[in-house]
Design a binder for this molecule. Structure first.
Ligand SMILES: Cc1ncc(COP(=O)(O)O)c(C=O)c1O
Length: 385
């Protein structure tokens, strides 16, 4: 039987689950590499840095010390305390460790969040463009997606009025992600505050916190407790493969969250949680070093892309992405991305991966060495000319 065999019954709620296009680009790039083609990867949203030594040592020690069994379903209390301390130190907010659930990455936290927050037909407001996977979590629990366009000329920031116009009695939450994937822009303090005052829960994906090069990131908890924070160790701590994340939720949801964890996940990975404690308590200098290097690459990439005539109206100041307007080259970003891959041997992500609002854009990641970025951009320049 093939995947498309008409005999196979796919549950309705999965019918609209879309592919993660960047993975299609990556898989195609790998296929080319197997044929001996040298591909420069500017598509992947994964740090190229090694995981900090303090984390690796803590995980190895944890294994040696026998941390190889289930932990509490909400995660080790020491890590939940470290998360609460981190939010107190960095943002001056008070988080009870009892509001923290540790997960195997931010993605499972998003799954748990949608399960606990959305009844079938409940609405969640999501920006367009947005991180590619968000809609699929919502579809999986049969929630309803309500998109609000964020515009390049507005720094891809939400207009509070545009959100207000979309509020209905079914709106459960507004999802924000600052710094944002794919745009690399930060939501201003004023707009976060205004969104917090709209009424529905705010779900704040803070996974790119720590990777901010100008200005300062804010946690939604500085403005409201009527919120859920999603965060993880993949990006700032370069721990993608260790799969560690967390959610901070209002207390009344915690018992249900605990039941979800107990049934569906049992517990997060025990030894890796020890790595998470080390990251939060000892990893600050490593993050600082990575941030400095990302910033050099960011400036370089923005300069080069602008010189090539790509549209960057508001320079990105966070995460590790530049979302460039390429409408003058093509209005079909999917085709364009594969054409760039095939002809220039540079992997890039088509803006359409991030929603209709991303069409005509290409996302460039600077999570690669300066040398590779320079080579990739040289190839792109030749392609464009
Ligand atoms: C905005 C955003 N949220 C969540 C994730 C998922 O991260 P994790 O590795 O913690 O599951 C990503 C990964 O690219 C992301 O860009």
């Amino acid at each position: 039987m093939t995947q498309n065999d008409p005999e196979v019954r796919i549950p309705n709620r999965l019918k609209d689950i879309t592919a993660f296009i960047v993975m299609d680009v990556l898989e195609k790039a790998h296929e080319m590499e197997r044929r001996g083609v040298n591909v420069i990867h500017l598509e992947v949203g994964e740090p190229d840095f090694d995981t900090p030594q303090c984390v690796k040592e803590a995980v190895c020690k944890a294994l040696q010390d026998g941390h190889t069994h289930y932990t509490h379903s909400l995660g080790m209390i020491e890590l939940r305390e470290a998360v609460a301390e981190h939010y107190a130190d960095r943002y001056g907010v008070s988080v009870d460790p009892g509001q923290v659930v540790i997960t195997s990455g931010t993605s499972p936290a998003m799954f748990t969040l949608c399960s606990v927050l959305l009844e079938r037909g409940d609405q969640i407001i999501v920006s367009d463009p947005h991180y590619a996977c968000y809609p699929n979590f919502v579809r999986f629990v049969e929630g309803e997606l309500v998109y609000v366009r964020v515009l390049e000329e507005d720094g891809f920031q939400y207009r509070t009025e545009a959100i207000r116009e979309k509020l209905t009695d079914k709106t459960q939450a507004v999802l924000i992600n600052s710094p944002s994937n794919p745009t690399g822009n930060l939501l201003s303090e004023d707009r976060m505050k205004a969104i917090a005052e709209l009424g529905p829960y705010v779900v704040s994906d803070e996974i790119y916190h720590g990777l901010v090069y100008e200005g300062k990131e804010h946690s939604i908890l500085e403005f409201t407790d009527h919120a859920f924070v999603l965060n993880g160790f993949s990006k700032a701590f370069a721990m993608t493969g260790l799969r560690l994340g967390y959610m901070i939720a209002p207390k009344p949801f915690m018992r249900t969250i605990q039941k979800i964890q107990q049934n569906f996940f049992i517990s997060p990975n025990s030894a890796v949680q020890m790595g998470g404690i080390a990251a939060l308590r000892e990893g600050g200098e490593d993050v600082k070093t990575m941030r400095r290097i990302y910033d050099e690459r960011r400036r370089f990439m923005i300069r080069r892309l602008k010189e090539m005539g790509l549209g960057i109206t508001v320079e990105p100041t966070g995460a590790f992405y530049v979302f460039a307007n390429m409408k003058h080259v093509s209005l079909d970003s999917y085709k364009l991305a594969f054409d760039i891959l095939e002809k220039a041997h540079v992997g890039v992500t088509p803006g359409i991966d991030f929603g209709d609002g991303g069409e005509g854009y290409i996302r460039f990641s600077y999570a690669n060495s300066m040398e590779n970025i320079a080579e990739g951009l040289d190839r792109l320049q030749t392609y464009l000319s």
